[in-house]
Unconditional design. Structure first.
Ligand SMILES: Nc1ncnc2c1ncn2[C@@H]1O[C@H](COP(=O)(O)OP(=O)(O)OP(=O)(O)O)[C@@H](O)[C@H]1O
Length: 319
């Protein structure tokens, strides 16, 4: 197997705030190879976006990144600004949620797609923009449209076209379908899956909705309080979650596009902990229906929980 597209080793992100350091990502290990898709799930505030944005160092200035974040073997945390600019779009790019805010409202979408192509000097621009639009299921002539002339789903397709513009090996999609209605959401997810297959790219997709991730990603990583608490093949993680937190999330989101999936997980009492004041022991223990006495004192790290599966829980998984 060649160099992974993305590898994180003990990656951390802390935010400097007036109240002290807020640990948003606390020692994450993960790996994505070409053609692999990894879904990152978890409730609001668990650190998903922080983790995703750390890959291209698209973090606010008060963020302090630690550990290793390797893009094609090169440590992003040690890159100078020139190298970072070269790597963004060309090696990895991000599809943000809410394309209406991410696109410039007063510039034709074709021009916006063309921008990274020009910056990276990747050949005849107009033809490439047309190709990209067709690749995401829009007619090439839509290049002349302004964002407000497109529907929400079409705008998200434009965002995907832009992300593909410089043929990166890795796409990072942060809640790419959250703002869309159910039918359009399914279409955009199907498009992403198709492109990953056709172009043999890697995908890191973030969502609070496990069912969205399971429909698109081969593997799932579940995040809680800045850490990955379970990781494995999507179908198996959902069929038999090893971690009680995954179990609660999976029970909460039975079907794709279920309106309830936009709410807090059902059956999961309480709120996620404040990262600045994490409880002792397992950070999930105050909410965990299976918590035992030792969970309040033992901070369990990831350990094997079946074939190709890790989980950070003291409970033994049933075979
Ligand atoms: N610029 C910042 N300064 C200080 N703290 C921050 C900053 N950005 C995020 N945080 C904190 O870091 C933690 C992780 O936030 P993050 O946005 O990564 O979570 P998330 O899982 O992506 O949530 P959401 O789904 O709501 O976007 C949260 O506690 C958040 O309040």
């Amino acid at each position: 197997m060649g160099e992974p597209l993305l590898e994180m080793r003990s990656a951390t992100v802390d935010y400097r705030t007036a109240g002290g350091l807020v640990p948003a990502v606390r020692g994450v290990d993960l790996r994505i190879d070409a053609g692999q898709t990894l879904g990152l799930a978890g409730e609001s505030g668990c650190g998903k976006s922080t983790l995703a944005m750390s890959v291209l160092r698209l973090l606010p200035r008060n963020a302090v990144v630690g550990g290793e974040i390797l893009l094609g073997g090169e440590n992003v945390t040690e890159m100078g600004w020139g190298r970072l600019r070269a790597v963004r779009w060309a090696e990895a790019s991000v599809v943000f949620q809410g394309a209406m805010h991410a696109l410039n409202p007063v510039q034709r979408v074709g021009e916006q797609i063309a921008e990274p192509i020009r910056v990276h000097g990747k050949g005849p621009v107009e033809r490439r923009v047309g190709e990209l639009l067709e690749q995401v299921g829009l007619p090439a002539r839509r290049a002349r449209a302004y964002p407000h002339e497109l529907s929400g789903g079409q705008r998200q397709r434009v965002m995907i076209a832009m992300a593909l513009a410089c043929s990166p090996g890795l796409i990072i999609a942060d809640e790419p379908t959250t703002a869309l209605d159910v039918m359009v959401q399914a279409q955009v997810l199907a498009l992403l899956s198709k492109l990953v297959d056709e172009l043999d790219i890697g995908l890191l997709m973030i969502s609070h909705d496990l069912s969205v991730l399971a429909s698109t990603c081969q593997r799932l990583a579940v995040m809680y309080a800045g850490r990955i608490v379970e990781q494995g093949r999507s179908a198996e993680v959902l069929r038999q979650p090893a971690h009680p937190y995954t179990k609660a999330l999976a029970a909460a989101f039975p079907t794709i596009g279920d309106p309830a999936s936009r709410l807090a997980p059902r059956g999961l009492a309480g709120d996620p902990p404040d990262p600045a004041q994490l409880p002792a022991g397992c950070p999930f223990h105050p909410r965990c229906p299976s918590a035992m006495a030792e969970c309040s004192v033992t901070d369990v790290l990831l350990r094997p929980a079946g074939e190709d599966r890790v989980s950070a829980c003291l409970l033994e998984v049933e075979p």
